[in-house]
Design a binder for this molecule. Structure first.
Ligand SMILES: [Zn+2]
Length: 144
């Protein structure tokens, strides 16, 4: 009986979760500005206004569950999000830009690629995330 339980646990074990990374993105800015935990994730992004009145609205929620197997392994299970934590928050785009420069000064990394040297170039349901050589740091990953 005990052996069987151990086997089941091993099969159901989630994939190794990467250590939390403080990324230079809207999600992390919202966490730090509004005091959300690292388990609060953004699922909607909107840009509003123009010129001197440009601001960003992001909506997120706390999600703990991730897919344990299949082609989406490691990804968040959005339908399990805690509905009571689902809120939109807004902030000025120039405040976000100032935070990005501070982030680069603190980490020494390029904010466009989060230090990886590869920037986001697109996403499709079929192929997932696509990347290309970072245009800001020229693939060095260092803050310019
Ligand atoms: Zn870069």
């Amino acid at each position: 009986m005990e052996t069987q339980q151990l086997t089941m646990l091993a099969e159901d074990a989630p994939p190794p979760v990467l250590p939390f990374e403080r990324k230079a993105d809207y999600e992390q800015y919202a966490r730090e500005t509004y005091g959300f935990s690292k388990d609060w994730h953004v699922f909607r992004w909107e840009a509003k206004g123009a010129d001197d009145n440009k601001f960003i609205v992001v909506t997120g929620a706390v999600v703990y569950e991730r897919f344990k197997r299949g082609k989406h392994v490691g990804n968040l299970v959005w339908k399990s999000r805690l509905r009571e934590t689902e809120v939109p928050v807004s902030f000025r785009d120039d405040a976000f830009r100032a935070w990005i420069l501070k982030w680069e000064a603190e980490t020494g990394k390029c904010s466009k690629c989060n230090g990886s040297g590869q920037e986001f170039s697109g996403w499709s349901k079929q192929d997932g995330v696509k990347t290309r050589d970072c245009t800001r740091c020229k693939t060095t990953g260092a803050a310019p």
